[in-house]
Design a protein around this ligand. Structure first.
Ligand SMILES: [Mn+2]
Length: 318
């Protein structure tokens, strides 16, 4: 499964690992973890991670590299936790010499630049990279183990969303045995601040429902200012509106400073990934995202209508 990607890695002395837009724990953990994996196999290679990463974990894990244009032009680019080059945060990804990919999102066939490992049954990209480390008998560093554990933990919402528990726990065990700093990670993940508490209070008391039973919230720039939240941090709070009895689909729309709108769709009933694809996004069957060019309430109504129809159809099939 990993031979082609390993072959590609062998060919290059300089490698840059790219993460997706709006980096999350899995994307950042994959970047750090894969670098540690490569360095333990090939200590003489230069391996860089680019993008903003997840600063809240920089106390425990490495911060991102400043990578020059020159380095990128002479490197193998490995993209993690995203479908294709266009999904990557650092747009200089298009200038790499060559490519490889490791991902767990539904494959859209849009990556054609090199070898890839895609496993949509994996709970996280970190889970796939951990499997690679186990199969290649890698002695992983504490940093690598902690980073990969971070991705498994966050993408599974702390082991709630897992397809195959025995396998996932096997990988978690390997990471724990490699010294993953699980207590420290949990502490960082559990931490909150008073401002987010206030924002949560607002969200819990102001979410809306469509006639068809879709839970949603729209964060305009004005509202985000009032809540002292960025569009990204508001979007990351999407699961606050999840698991409300009788409402299997929930979503949020958050307006960026530049006017674009981040859409997050979640479900514990029907697959909502097709709805995301219809507005130019994608992701997993029950957790998808997209971006709209502007805050257009007609477009948002159409998205909600699409979700309503999806839910109605699913309910009839139950
Ligand atoms: Mn992921």
């Amino acid at each position: 499964m990993f031979d082609q990607i390993i072959e590609k890695i062998k060919q290059y002395d300089s490698i840059v690992i790219f993460g997706h837009l709006n980096p999350d724990g899995d994307c950042y953990g994959s970047q750090v973890g894969l670098r540690e994996l490569i360095l333990s196999l090939y200590p003489n290679k230069k391996v860089y991670i680019t993008g903003t990463g997840c600063p809240r974990f920089f106390k425990l894990l490495p911060s991102m590299d400043e990578v020059s244009d020159e380095v990128i032009k002479n490197s193998l680019g490995i993209i993690v936790d995203g479908n294709d080059l266009g999904r990557m945060e650092d747009k200089r990804v298009f200038n790499c010499l060559d490519y490889a990919k490791i991902d767990h999102h539904i494959d859209t066939g849009s990556f054609k630049e090199g070898p890839q490992v895609v496993d949509t049954s994996a709970n996280s990209a970190c889970d796939i990279i951990t499997r690679m480390a186990i199969e290649k008998n890698v002695k992983l560093s504490v940093i690598g183990a902690t980073a990969l554990y971070l991705g498994i933990l966050t993408d599974s919402a702390r082991f709630q969303f897992v397809n195959n528990y025995p396998e996932t726990f096997e990988r978690a065990k390997y990471l724990a045995n490699s010294g993953a700093q699980i207590h420290e990670l949990n502490k960082l993940l559990a931490q909150t601040d008073e401002n987010s508490l206030a924002a949560k209070g607002y969200i819990f008391s102001h979410y809306k429902k469509t006639d068809g039973g879709i839970i949603y919230i729209i964060y305009t720039k004005k509202l985000l200012k009032k809540l002292k939240l960025s569009a990204n941090s508001a979007s990351s709070m999407i699961n606050l509106l999840g698991n409300i009895e009788g409402y299997p689909i929930w979503c949020s729309f958050a307006e960026y400073e530049d006017g674009k709108v981040r859409v997050e769709l979640r479900s514990n009933g029907p697959a909502i990934q097709p709805c995301a694809v219809r507005i130019g996004g994608g992701g997993h069957a029950q957790a998808s995202g997209a971006q709209l060019p502007e805050l257009d309430y007609k477009v948002i109504d159409n998205v909600l209508k699409d979700l309503d129809d999806t839910l109605t159809k699913w309910r009839k099939e139950q």
